[in-house]
Design a protein around this ligand. Structure first.
Ligand SMILES: NC(=O)c1ccc[n+]([C@@H]2O[C@H](COP(=O)([O-])OP(=O)(O)OC[C@H]3O[C@@H](n4cnc5c(N)ncnc54)[C@H](O)[C@@H]3O)[C@@H](O)[C@H]2O)c1
Length: 366
């Protein structure tokens, strides 16, 4: 096997441990260096996860020993940092959401194209074994023609567990931009592009109280809608009924993600996770658990490993910028439709790349 791609990480906050741990599962990549606005934060992550070098952001972006830069900063910096990475001649892979405006997102895609570089973006949970198994079931027509679906994310707000939750309530935050990426990316992989949205949105509380960490008790002013209901129409003819909320106070018992087809229903696990059960219910029958197609372990960094493999083998990578931009465009359409009360069309599209092949190996076969 050829050498792993060398990854440099910018942003060593809350989500970064999942990438540092996840990267160890995939031989296609190796964490080479990390950086953060706070050098102490970067140093402590490097010690915890055996990352060989701690650099400043400028040093990391310029470093000739780094092949791909992983951008784990907060949403308002995603596009600006992706731009700097690409300008420096490196491939960029970024956390979601892809940008905070369509203009920003498009500019990043155009720059990457101009430079002949790759842009990847989370989420990569759609590459998990359950979600790729679901993709094969849909492609094989097991539930027939898909005409409907439901998608639900509902919680009382991330300030319950996140020590720095301000960004979830500022521009670029809110439950749609934060959580719909998981749902809309899985749905895009299963159904293809979305074409229009009607929505209703609310801001239920005007401020939130941080419940954990050094800022516990501090109040955060809410600038985004925090409860959204959307009907998303797909070019395939399917219509998905989606709810994304930071305002639901108690536990709910709604299924997270379900598709309805002319020959049966498909139940999917939590699209924010890499594991879980895929079930099919045929007309008149009971829910049946489907056997999974793959044995590899899923973890954040799977999309990064797939990107590294795609670069090496000169093929398209799956968690790519066009898909991420389309998902982002769909999410903005949900917010705009809610604000205007009108149906909003979605102009962007993406190429639906083939499902991952089945593999007995613990290591993914791309
Ligand atoms: N926390 C989670 O569970 C989670 C899950 C999935 C995705 N995400 C996504 O990951 C991203 C980061 O979230 P987080 O929870 O880790 O946030 P965080 O605030 O905990 O960490 C962000 C880190 O990035 C650093 N940073 C910010 N701007 C920077 C810049 N310009 N240059 C260098 N470093 C910079 C900060 O100092 C901080 O250490 C967000 O886009 C979020 O949506 C988070």
């Amino acid at each position: 096997m050829s050498k792993p791609a060398r990854i440099g990480v910018i942003g060593c906050g809350n989500i970064s441990p999942q990438y540092f741990k996840g990267a160890k599962l995939y031989p296609q990549i190796r964490m080479e260096a990390c950086s953060d606005l706070s050098a102490d934060v970067a140093k402590s992550r490097a010690e915890e996860f055996d990352v060989p070098r701690v650099l400043t952001v400028d040093e990391l972006i310029a470093d000739p020993e780094i092949d791909i830069v992983l951008n784990l900063t907060t949403p308002q910096f995603h596009a600006a940092i992706n731009t700097r990475i690409l300008e420096a001649g490196k491939h960029a892979y970024c956390e979601k959401p892809f940008a905070t405006s369509r203009e920003e997102g498009r500019a990043v895609l155009e720059l990457a194209k101009r430079k002949g570089l790759r842009v990847g973006c989370a989420p990569d949970t759609f590459l998990s074994s359950p979600m790729q198994t679901a993709r094969k079931l849909v492609d094989d027509g097991v539930i027939g023609r898909v005409f409907g679906g439901t998608a639900v994310f509902a919680c009382p707000g991330h300030e319950r567990w996140h020590p720095n939750p301000e960004f979830y309530y500022k521009q670029g935050g809110g439950p749609v931009l934060d959580m719909a990426p998981y749902y809309f990316t899985v749905l895009a992989n299963l159904l293809g592009p979305a074409v229009s949205v009607v929505s209703s949105g609310k801001r239920v509380f005007t401020e939130r109280k941080i419940a954990t960490g050094p800022n516990e008790g501090q109040r955060v002013e809410v600038e985004t809608a925090t409860h959204n209901n959307s009907l998303v129409e797909y070019a395939s003819g399917a219509c998905v009924n989606a709810m994304f909320s930071f305002d639901v106070q108690g536990a709910h018992d709604l299924p997270l993600l379900t598709l309805y087809g002319s020959e049966g229903n498909l139940s999917l696990p939590d699209p924010n996770c890499f594991d879980g059960v895929v079930r099919v219910c045929r007309p008149g029958g009971e829910w049946e658990e489907m056997s999974l197609l793959h044995n590899y372990e899923g973890a954040r960094a799977l999309g990064l490993a797939e990107l590294a493999d795609a670069i090496r083998n000169e093929r398209e990578h799956r968690a790519n910028g066009e898909l991420a931009f389309h998902v982002f465009d769909t999410m903005l359409a949900c917010e705009e439709a809610a604000a205007s009360g009108s149906r909003v069309s979605i102009d962007s599209s993406f190429e639906r790349l083939p499902a991952l092949l089945g593999s007995d190996s613990k290591s993914p076969k791309f």
